[in-house]
Write a protein that binds this ligand. Structure first.
Ligand code: NAD
Ligand code: TYD
Length: 352
């Protein structure tokens, strides 16, 4: 048997593929369009590994997905493929709807057709796990209870709206066609291989380059940070144990205001890679215009996955963040490789 991982050359997908093949010998086919956010370098440790096959292509290419499913006798699909950056969705929403909504629809159609050809145990055990975000729930006031699976969807950014739409499609394919789907809604991830447009790697990268560390608005927005390794463990657990149609929220039980996260990164860098002038990287912190529609607070109530599947986060934030800073210090050539001309254009447009 084989699993198909879509978007497996991106940040979370590549961590998932590498972790999967460390834990077991079940082969993986990675399907990835290799957009600006997808990098084969993330999977370089698997080159020459017979258990892994890479196919370049889009989830929106139904004949290709169909071929991959049939040729590999796929028993589960884990869908990470998406446009994933909120700021990009604000400056140009269309690709988010093309990939996250129409791409997911096309993937669902291909998977439904394939599932229809299966019988017996193969049909009963097949799963499509759709990886989603807590951002579909909108924003929380400081004293509001964390997002539970029963919270209504109230997406505020084009990114969140496109992910919400994809979640609804996945749900509808379960209700209407009986497709054995699973949905996970996770909070902000951090760790190795995260593209340096997202807060944590952007701040590390800018700090080392002597550039401003841009804090949107007052920097008091709260995110519930989870190490990517914990997210991978949760997805694996949901895939092996959850009932079709189930949804699970995944979070780190670790709410932090952005400004505190950035100060922690500066302190870690001060200790590990001091600035030449002896001053703190915190001096590079620069408050900039807030993101439009900026969600104030995310927090995950992860009691369902804990109670039903026994999953809990294992990585403490202080340790996970220190390890992440070390990874970026040790992998500056990775950053240099992935930050192409297109990346530099984005940074110039977004931060002037
Ligand atoms: P990412 O942007 O790093 O990676 C996305 C990957 O999808 C890239 O490799 C890209 O090339 C690929 N891709 C894009 N369009 C594609 C298409 N049409 N067909 C095939 N591949 C395509 O994103 P990420 O941070 O790794 O997020 C992965 C998934 O997890 C996304 O669905 C995202 O919504 C979700 N998620 C992310 C976070 C987070 O904090 N990063 C949190 C919760 C959920
Ligand atoms: P981000 O990593 O883009 O994730 P998301 O928007 O999906 O939560 O941003 C995390 C938080 O950091 C969010 O509140 C926006 C803020 N942020 C900044 O303050 N400055 C930046 O340059 C970036 C990229 C994000």
């Amino acid at each position: 048997m084989t699993i198909l991982v879509t978007g497996g050359a991106g940040f979370i997908g590549s961590n998932f593929v590498i972790d999967w093949l460390r834990q077991c010998d079940e082969p993986v086919v990675t399907l990835d369009a290799l957009t600006y956010a997808g990098n084969l370098a993330n999977l370089s440790e698997l080159s020459g590994d017979a258990r892994h096959r890479f196919v370049r292509g889009s989830i929106g290419d139904a004949p290709l997905v169909d071929r991959v499913l049939r040729q590999n006798t796929v028993r589960a699909v884990v869908n990470f493929a998406a446009e994933s950056h909120v700021d990009r969705s604000i400056s140009g929403p269309a690709p988010f709807f093309e990939t996250n909504v129409m791409g997911t629809l096309s993937l669902l159609e291909a998977v439904r057709a394939y599932h229809g050809t299966l019988s017996g145990d193969a049909r009963a055990e097949f799963r499509l796990l759709h990886v989603s975000t807590d951002e579909v729930y909108g924003t929380l006031a400081p004293d509001e209870a964390a997002f539970a699976e029963s919270n209504p969807y109230r997406p505020n950014s084009p990114y969140a709206a496109s992910k919400a739409a994809s979640d609804h499609l996945v749900r509808a394919y379960h209700e209407t066609y009986g497709l054995p789907v699973l949905v996970t809604n996770c909070s902000n991830n951090y760790g190795p291989f995260q593209f340096p447009e997202k807060l944590i790697p952007l701040v590390i990268n800018n700090a080392l380059a002597g550039k401003p560390l841009p804090i949107y608005g007052d920097g008091r927005q709260v995110r519930d940070w989870l190490h990517v390794a914990d997210h991978c463990t949760a997805i694996r657990r949901v895939l092996e144990a959850a009932s079709p149609g189930a949804t699970y929220n995944i979070g780190g039980d670790n709410q932090m205001p952005n400004i505190e996260v950035v100060r922690m990164i500066c302190a870690l860098l001060d200790a590990r890679h001091p600035r030449g002038d002896g001053k703190s990287y915190a001096g590079q912190i620069t408050f900039v215009t807030d993101r439009p529609g900026h969600d104030r607070r995310y927090a995950i109530d992860a009691r369902r996955i804990a109670a039903e599947l026994g999953w809990r986060p294992a990585v403490r934030f202080a340790e996970g963040l220190a390890a992440t800073v070390d990874w970026y210090l040790d992998n500056r050539s990775w950053v240099a490789d992935v930050t192409s001309g297109a990346y530099r254009d984005w940074i110039a447009r977004q931060y002037g």
